[in-house]
Design a protein around this ligand. Structure first.
Ligand code: ADP
Length: 413
């Protein structure tokens, strides 16, 4: 089975092709082919790596979004990164969909009816939704006979109890779809399962606080494998301080700015999503690597940005732990979570009252993933490599195999 994953963000488009057989479960294999388009520079930049050793890195001269994605997909079956004889070898295309809205949670095969529900849910995350629907239409055109599956970043948080999902605004908000959805669910779920596997413990018995710290950052409180609370909310703007997003701020600041300045909704949106967080406070960069190197050069704003990031992080970890009534496992994942020993160490230092004790040596030496807690820590601390695309591929395969079996068929027979 060959599963192509399309993971479109607001500033990048990632894709991967996996070969999956009946035995592929748990461990993530290296993809046969991996590609990324960065939209943020002067022209879109395409980087492709194939397991065969072929690589491409070029600035695409086609500026049209669809044209660039089409060009990226063609590198699957043409040129030096070719890993397929033809496009028809792809069995399933899986899309990461950021916001399923109130009606879409479980992975689902994309039909015309699903497409129209997705288009309605677009109001909740317009930036992401536009590129996701574009990707689905493009695959419809290029690979008309290949089934497509949507896997939702909000789906894992469908188990949030009403007390956590409802905002204390007007009661009717909830029915109107204004509620906490939570995001990064695909990776939070993967990390919980991976933690249980690495520790050889039953997921059902564990209280886990999962820290996804990338460009976007969120925490999830996970009990028995189910999400019971999370820091992101109606949109991915709530919660922790992030690279360019503010995270939670007093909503009174927004009403003040609207009243006292001429800022529009769009201005506020741009300010809070793209001109806030690490970038705004450091005045330097949204990237934690630059913040850390700024600190070594004595940059005081970089130090403030780091201190604020860590402050919001440990404060919210403790909040998630209190929702769980204790914590057995703390996991760190994504760009910052996997790579910044300094962030992990500073956050854990403040959590010693909860029995969190890091092994400084393991923390600084760790490569890829593993345990970094000291032998006498009450809480096991793990670094887990994010494998979002692999988790999406597996989820989509399950749904397609399920529907094939319903028709008396299987991909594996
Ligand atoms: P995304 O949310 O876009 O998938 P990633 O999970 O790849 O992002 O995280 C990207 C972020 O990870 C970068 O912006 C940077 O802040 C951080 N990062 C990556 N490598 C390191 C590193 N070695 N040390 C500190 N931070 C890092």
């Amino acid at each position: 089975m060959k599963v192509l994953v399309l993971n479109s963000g607001s500033s990048s488009q990632k894709s991967a092709l996996f070969e999956i057989d009946r035995r592929s479960c748990g461990e993530a294999p290296e993809p046969l082919w991996q590609a990324k388009i960065e939209w943020s520079g002067p022209a879109p930049e395409l980087v492709v790596n194939a397991a065969s050793g072929g690589t491409i890195r070029d600035r695409a001269n086609i500026v049209d979004r669809r044209g660039v994605i089409e060009h990226m997909l063609e590198t699957l079956w043409a040129g030096k990164t070719r890993v397929l004889g033809s496009a028809s070898e792809i069995d399933v295309v899986a899309h990461r969909v950021v916001h399923g809205g109130p009606h879409l949670t479980d992975p689902i095969e994309i039909t015309p009816a699903v497409k129209s529900t997705l288009a309605h849910a677009g109001a909740f995350a317009p930036l992401h939704s536009r590129s996701e629907l574009e990707g689905i239409e493009l695959v419809d055109r290029l690979l008309p006979r290949v089934p497509q599956v949507a896997v939702f970043d909000t789906g894992f948080h469908r188990t949030l109890p009403r007390r956590a999902a409802q905002y204390p605004g007007p009661y009717d908000w909830f029915e109107e779809g204004i509620r906490r959805y939570g995001f990064h669910g695909i990776n939070h779920q993967y990390c919980a399962q991976r933690a249980a596997r690495l520790l050889d413990l039953r997921l059902e018995s564990l209280k886990i606080v999962s820290c996804h710290l990338g460009n976007g950052c969120s925490l999830a409180a996970i009990q028995g494998g189910e999400s019971v609370d999370t820091t992101m909310g109606f949109t991915p703007l709530e919660g922790l301080m992030m690279g360019t997003r503010s995270g939670s701020i007093d909503p009174g600041i927004l009403t003040y700015l609207v009243r006292e300045t001429s800022m529009s909704g769009e201005d506020l949106d741009a300010m809070l999503n793209r001109q806030a967080g690490l970038l705004a406070i450091s005045g330097l960069s949204a990237d934690m690597r630059d913040i850390e190197s700024g600190i070594t050069k004595g940059n005081t704003r970089a130090q403030l940005a780091f201190d604020m990031f860590v402050h919001h992080l440990h404060k919210n970890i403790a909040a998630m732990a209190s929702v769980l009534g204790g914590v057995d496992v703390l996991t760190f994942t994504a760009g910052i979570g996997e790579n910044s020993a300094k962030v992990r160490s500073a956050a854990c230092a403040q959590l010693s009252f909860m029995g969190v004790k890091l092994d400084a040596d393991k923390n600084s030496r760790l490569r890829l993933e593993g345990e970094i807690s000291s032998f006498d820590s009450k809480v096991r601390i793990l670094v887990i490599r994010a494998q979002e695309d692999w988790a999406i591929a597996q989820a989509s395969l399950r749904i397609i195999e399920h529907s094939r079996r319903g028709q008396g068929k299987s991909f594996f027979t």
